[in-house]
Write a protein that binds this ligand. Structure first.
Ligand code: THU
Length: 139
């Protein structure tokens, strides 16, 4: 499948990720994260981390965005932009890598910081040897 380049969408994705980061509920870690998913049709869906007094019940920004996107009918994604206030770009955590992998390992993952640093990977680079539905069906 030929994929459209994400470059034209990056300014809007960066802006949405930074905007939704401000909605983060992070009273425990004080580490606010925003994520903006680019769906195949060009829609942009945001999510933020939502922490909980019972720490493991908290959710990352990427999975918040993914759940919102899926609930809105999106199943195919081109990119996710993650925004934090860290001094260096932070990649998605392992659980989020696995969650995103459900919808395709060719996802472009871009991480931006408030001070303008940026890093970029594909999800396949971040999650090599991924466990996917193909393993479930290989019995
Ligand atoms: N966090 C995310 O939202 N995304 C990641 O990929 C890394 C971690 C959140 C979870 C928690 O609320 C805070 O950042 C500190 O780990």
């Amino acid at each position: 499948m030929t994929r459209s380049p994400i470059e034209p969408y990056l300014p809007a994705l960066r802006a949405r990720a930074a905007e939704v980061m401000q909605q983060a509920h992070a009273p425990y870690s004080h580490f606010k994260v925003g994520a903006a998913l680019l769906a195949a049709d060009g829609a942009i869906i945001g999510g933020c981390n939502v922490e909980n007094a019972s720490y493991p019940a908290g959710t990352c920004a990427e999975r918040c965005a993914l759940g919102t996107a899926v609930a809105s009918g999106h199943r195919r994604f081109q990119a996710v932009v993650v925004c934090t206030e860290a001094s260096v770009p932070t990649p998605p955590c392992g659980i989020c890598r696995q969650a995103l992998a459900e919808f395709g390992l060719d996802l472009e993952v871009v991480s931006v910081t408030a001070n303008g640093q940026e890093a970029r990977w594909t999800l396949a680079e971040l999650l090599p040897h991924a466990f996917t539905s193909s393993q479930l069906h290989s019995r």
